[in-house]
Design a protein. Structure first.
Length: 114
């Protein structure tokens, strides 16, 4: 359990974040946090020792936020056609890709009859 990422923690865990300006990185971190919160199951609030509510988040939510920051950054680096400028390499980043969604809402094995 931990807290949400900040621009400083993103830079500490993602080497390429050094090339992103402070203001843009802060926007990416915030946007990624809101996307994760919107998709993830709600977590119950906890009380701290001074009776102020706070919420620790699971590590998978934190990792999903970091992955979403990367996705948002990659989406900004592509052209509208989906390529990165080279002739043989194309990427089409998607918001909240399946990797991030799987971290937030893992598939549960359910037996099916049929």
């Amino acid at each position: 359990m931990g807290t949400w990422h900040t621009p400083d923690t993103v830079r500490a865990e993602w080497e390429d974040a050094e090339q992103i300006g402070d203001e843009l990185l802060a926007q990416l971190v915030t946007a990624a946090r809101y996307a994760v919160i919107a998709y993830a199951p709600a977590l119950p609030p906890f009380l701290s020792t001074d009776e102020q509510p706070f919420q620790e988040i699971p590590d998978r939510y934190r990792l999903a936020q970091l992955m979403q920051v990367r996705n948002l950054w990659n989406a900004q680096q592509t052209s509208p056609s989906g390529d990165l400028g080279g002739e043989s390499f194309a990427i089409q980043p998607r918001p909240l890709d399946w990797h991030v969604k799987a971290l937030l809402r893992p598939a549960r094995g359910r037996p099916r009859v049929g």
